[in-house]
Design a protein around this ligand. Structure first.
Ligand code: FEO
Ligand code: CA
Ligand code: CA
Length: 634
């Protein structure tokens, strides 16, 4: 950016600040009506000198330039507003956000959670201006949660941290062209680290899930580290527990860990989280089985605020990223799931029974009975630009495929609790950190981000197949097609839709990425994915935003949009400083795109979204629309 553009940006950002203050002065306190300046966004996109030249019938916007500015940047003709931000009160007369960090745990339990991640929109069947959004709150940033800016120093502070995670269910309403959060809706709800939750399915009640507080092994407190999500055809929300082991520790510095605990990565003292020091439930030395009660997919009925969420053990326990629903040709539910850790696996669950599309409530136990599979990929054809190959799903059932006493298992409950160990028995393919999985609404192909993997090429993780690069800095997007287009099939073909890279720094593959990657659309660490109804593939990044070295020219984290048929990728949005872009959903008419900005100012240097002097950065859900009222992306 040259000096002139810098000055223009400053002036425009001041205008945005004024806009915000006017709204506050007018009593619009929800933040829902905060416009981040179509003018500003238009100006920045025009400054990039980009064109909308296209050979894609799907992509109708001009790709924008990378940016390192502390704002949301969009193509010309698009505008954004804040739907909701961390700490906003959900209920009438609820405690207001306290930027000092001195707010209580009880207040946080009644406010929008922190670090929003995956989300799903549930339209009201009889009113297309109303919907519920179920939104994950993945973790919290102690720098902003507490006035002292460090790890919790009391039981109350641990409680507050637990209250900031989980899920927020909110009602949203269309008013004119924009969608706004409905404070005080009877549907608004927080599910957090201490909410009563039921365990169900084959592992519920197993000895390994019993604790002194719950001798039944069926009633657990809380869900936390809720990464991404899924939405069932019967109208429920799936929230996925990812880095749950980080929340546990041990008061015994010499704590010995068994094979299962080691494989899931628990340590005596996490560098990030110290809950066990003030909440004995998280102390492995005192309550070793509590760890086994987390790492599941949790099902929530957003339309019943009194409902008890359910952890579905049949889907297996690992560091769940998201849950992508599909259907077999004979009508059973399929759930595709990734385990986000270097060298971990991709799974598929198929329900025993068929989905009842006439009576949604008849599916309330559908995810309790079924079969879990894990993916094995072949070495592929070795093509560096666009490799492809074949793969198969291998069943993880006790008594099959050498998953039995010979490999240390005595029941299906153990297989599910230690799904990683069972998947290793069948020699599943170790992947480059599986993140989101989505299923194309137009052709049923399945896409999965493999975000990066600095350990590829070492540690028993051979280079090849869908993981083609040693020390994989940039990531790739894997795609597979079920045999005969039946998600129930046990085999499939695969290809890499795109291999990310930096052609500005590295010429050609492997580090320059696929031929569809250019200096104008490059990105690293694809993570979130979303399809709109027309079949546009939206790609959200959680990568290195240093804009230097191997990442020079890539700027802040961003959202891109791809045409799955032509492979063309355009940059649609750039997030503010130090954020991750994660969580995506669309209004029923496809004219508003909801996208999450997570942990802006992670490193302490953002005022997003208020952009007022010294404002605390706040994770937020943004509503993006076209100024002409058209379909987003078209
Ligand atoms: Fe929560 Fe793997 O991202
Ligand atoms: Ca993610
Ligand atoms: Ca990530």
């Amino acid at each position: 950016m040259n000096l002139l553009e810098e000055n223009q940006a400053t002036d425009l950002e001041q205008m945005v600040g004024l806009t915000r203050r006017r709204f506050i002065g007018a009593g619009a306190l929800c933040g829902a009506a905060m416009f981040l300046g179509g003018n500003l966004l238009t100006r920045s996109a025009l400054a990039a000198g980009v064109s909308a030249a296209s050979n894609s019938p799907l992509l109708g916007f001009a790709s924008i330039a990378a940016s390192t500015r502390d704002t949301l940047t969009l193509p010309p003709g698009y505008t954004a507003s804040v739907l909701i931000s961390w700490g906003q009160p959900l209920h009438q007369d609820g405690p207001a956000f306290d930027p000092s960090g001195n707010g209580t745990a009880k207040a946080q339990e009644q406010q929008f959670g922190d670090n929003n991640d995956g989300m799903s929109l549930f339209a009201f069947p009889d009113d297309d201006t109303r919907a519920l959004l179920a939104i994950n709150n993945e973790y919290t940033n102690y720098r902003y949660l507490f006035a002292h800016g460090g790890m919790p120093q009391s039981a109350e502070e641990v409680h507050k941290a637990q209250a900031s995670e989980g899920v927020s269910v909110i009602e949203v309403k269309r008013q004119g062209d924009t969608w706004q959060f409905v404070q005080g809706s009877r549907y608004n709800r927080r599910i957090h680290g201490n909410t009563p939750i039921r365990l169900s399915g084959p592992a519920a009640g197993h000895d390994w899930l019993k604790t002194s507080a719950d001798t039944s092994g069926q009633h657990v407190l809380g869900t936390f580290q809720n990464c991404a999500n899924g939405m069932t055809p019967w109208g429920t929300y799936l929230t996925c527990e990812e880095n749950f082991t980080d929340c546990f520790g041990s008061s015994n510095p010499q704590q010995a860990f068994d094979a299962g605990q080691k494989r899931y990565g628990v340590v005596a003292a996490s560098k990030e989280i110290n809950w066990h020091q003030y909440d004995p439930r998280f102390d492995i030395a005192k309550h070793p089985n509590e760890l086994n009660r987390h790492g599941w997919v949790v099902e929530i009925d957003p339309f019943d605020p009194q409902s008890i969420p359910v952890k579905r053990t049949a889907l297996g326990r690992f560091k769940h990223e998201n849950a992508a629903l599909a259907q077999t040709r004979d009508g059973r539910a399929v759930v595709y799931m990734g385990d986000d850790e270097r060298g971990e696996f991709i799974y598929k669950f198929i329900s025993r029974d068929t989905i009842n599309h006439q009576d949604p409530k008849a599916n309330k136990d559908l995810l309790d009975h079924g079969t879990l599979y894990v993916a094995i990929f072949d070495a592929g054809d070795g093509n560096t630009d666009h490799p492809k190959g074949k793969g198969q799903w291998v069943e993880l059932s006790f008594g099959k495929n050498a998953i039995d006493a010979s490999s240390g298992f005595t029941s299906q409950a153990e297989v599910l609790i230690h799904a990683r160990l069972a998947a290793s028995v069948v020699k599943a393919t170790r992947m480059d950190r599986p993140e989101w999985i989505v299923v194309s609404p137009t052709d049923g192909q399945v896409y999965c981000t493999l975000t990066n993997n600095t350990k590829r090429g070492e540690d028993g993780q051979p280079v090849g197949g869908p993981n083609p690069r040693e020390n994989n800095l940039y990531g790739q997007i894997l795609r597979w097609k079920a045999n005969a287009d039946d998600h129930g099939a046990s085999d499939f073909t695969w290809d890499l839709f795109v291999v990310a890279g930096n052609p500005g720094v590295h010429a050609g593959s492997p580090k320059g990425g696929s031929s569809t990657i250019t200096p104008q659309n490059m990105f690293n660490s694809p993570d979130g994915l979303g399809f709109d109804q027309a079949g546009r593939l939206w790609i959200l990044t959680d990568g290195d935003y240093s804009n230097s070295g191997d990442f020079a020219g890539m700027g802040n984290n961003q959202m891109l949009c791809a045409d799955p048929n032509t492979g063309e990728i355009r940059r649609f949005m750039v997030g503010p400083v130090a954020c991750e872009v994660t969580g995506i959903s669309f209004s029923p008419d496809q004219k508003t795109l909801f996208v999450g900005i997570q942990h802006p100012g992670d490193t302490g240097d953002s005022t997003f979204p208020e952009h007022l002097p010294n404002a605390k950065p706040r994770s937020s859900v943004m509503a993006i629309r076209r100024e002409d009222g058209g379909i987003v992306g078209a």
